[in-house]
Design a protein around this ligand. Structure first.
Ligand code: CTP
Length: 416
């Protein structure tokens, strides 16, 4: 995916993931999962149950991870393989987790390499259930999953709703897609005490101010920077709310995403969320003006003659109007898009809108600004600090911004 280039980066880089693969149709998706985790820099050891091998050849995993695939509990690798794998793991991810695996895990069985590894490890365990919807809705399966979650402290991602194996219709039971599982794994690997239990609010995207039922006044913002910030905060363990104008990007995994159209709708959502937010990032490119009136019908060319005049009135400034509603001790990040006098104007907005940090960029710089996957920014803080972040992918820029914001949040969290 263009928005998510798979390059080694935290929280996956250098981390050891034991990928348990069991015998379900979704096992084929586990190959891509293994590949994506590996490309993000994780060291992936695959543990495949015997029945998994009926669905996907172990060699496929070896091919994408460059590491051995293990199946046998008692093998030439030494009988303590499960101890080694379990001890070294930073995360044990079982995808797909069949009804049988969930049942055996809930019982604490130790009858193969995967279940013994589950018993040994003290790393977080993440199950990605995948099964027929009738098997999933069976009360015993429900109980097993609940037991894994509530009593054993395992994490469960999915299942999703969607087409099941051929001829089995639709229903809850489908394994989450590899991209989503990569993020669920990332959240368990990336736990950051500064963000855990915190609420983060992000505005993103353009706003669209209607002229008539088919036309609007808007701008070229894609929402990428705000979506990347929301994802980054979620990966660190926060509860994240994303209020976005129209954007083609999918909802970030785990993030409460609210989609709006106009600046006034965005303001209303922000007003209800900001009093509880520990960190707010105003990344939306809000339209500063809106048509005074929305024409009830489509504006016809014939009826307007050669000239069409649309009167624009000022929209609310969301960041400014909500200053007094901010939670005490919270941290606020603003953005500034400037084509001239970048530093001076950004510094002015930092002051005027009482931001802690402001991220300034010039859309005229090649590779920065609207509709591109990369950005180059200047970060100013309210203590006069300044840092230039060279051109890189927006996800990376988001990570660096959250590092800076997190440092401020940590200090405030200690009573500052
Ligand atoms: N912002 C906002 N509501 C608005 C306009 C801006 O919340 N109606 C926020 C943006 O999300 C950003 C910051 O304020 O974090 C600065 O936005 P920007 O568009 O650069 O500046 P403006 O204040 O609109 O000033 P100008 O258009 O004159 O540059």
């Amino acid at each position: 995916m263009a928005d998510r280039p798979l390059i080694p980066r935290p929280p996956w880089r250098g981390r050891r993931v034991v990928l348990g693969v069991t015998g379900g149709v979704a096992a084929y998706k586990a190959v891509q999962l293994a590949r994506d985790l590996t490309r993000l820099g994780a060291l992936v050891d695959t543990v495949a149950t015997r029945s998994a091998a009926s669905f996907v050849a172990p060699l496929s995993f070896e091919g994408v991870t460059g590491r051995s695939v293990y199946s046998e509990l008692l093998s030439g690798e030494g009988s303590a393989l499960h101890i080694r794998l379990g001890n070294q793991a930073d995360l044990v991810l079982v995808a797909p987790a069949t009804a049988d695996l969930v049942a055996r895990a809930a019982q604490g069985r130790a009858d193969d390499l995967l279940t013994t590894t589950l018993l040994v490890t003290r790393a977080p365990i993440l199950l990605a259930p995948a099964m027929n919807d009738r098997m999933f809705s069976h009360p015993q399966t429900r109980r097993n999953l609940e037991h894994c979650r509530e009593v054993l402290g395992y994490h469960v991602a999915g299942p999703g709703v969607g087409p099941l194996a051929i001829g089995e219709g639709e229903g809850p039971g489908r394994m989450l897609e590899p991209e989503a599982l990569v993020d669920h794994a990332g959240r368990l690997l990336g736990r950051d005490p500064t963000f855990e239990g915190r609420r983060v609010l992000v505005t993103a995207g353009p706003t669209r101010e209607p002229v008539d039922p088919v036309r609007y006044v808007g701008n070229r913002s894609s929402g990428r920077m705000g979506f990347a910030l929301a994802r980054e905060a979620w990966l660190r363990g926060a509860e994240v709310f994303l209020v976005t104008g129209p954007s083609e990007l999918p909802d970030p995994v785990g993030v409460h995403t609210v989609r709006v159209h106009t600046a006034r709708e965005m303001l209303e959502e922000v007003e209800s969320l900001i009093p509880e937010a520990d960190l707010t990032a105003f990344a939306a490119a809000v339209a500063d003006f809106r048509p005074r009136e929305i024409r009830p019908g489509k504006t016809k060319r014939s009826a307007r003659g050669e000239k069409l005049e649309i009167e624009l009135v000022e929209n609310p400034d969301i960041a400014l109007e909500t200053v007094a509603m901010r939670r005490k001790g919270s941290v606020t990040i603003g953005f500034a898009l400037e084509t001239e006098e970048l530093r001076e104007r950004a510094a002015g907005k930092l002051e005027a809108k009482a931001f802690d940090l402001i991220v300034a960029n010039d859309p005229g710089v090649e590779g920065a600004g609207f509709e591109v996957a990369t950005n180059q920014v200047l970060i100013l803080d309210r203590d006069g600090g300044e840092e230039r972040i060279p051109l890189q992918e927006k996800g990376e820029v988001a990570r660096l911004i959250m590092d800076r914001a997190g440092a401020r949040l940590a200090v405030r969290g200690e009573g500052g």
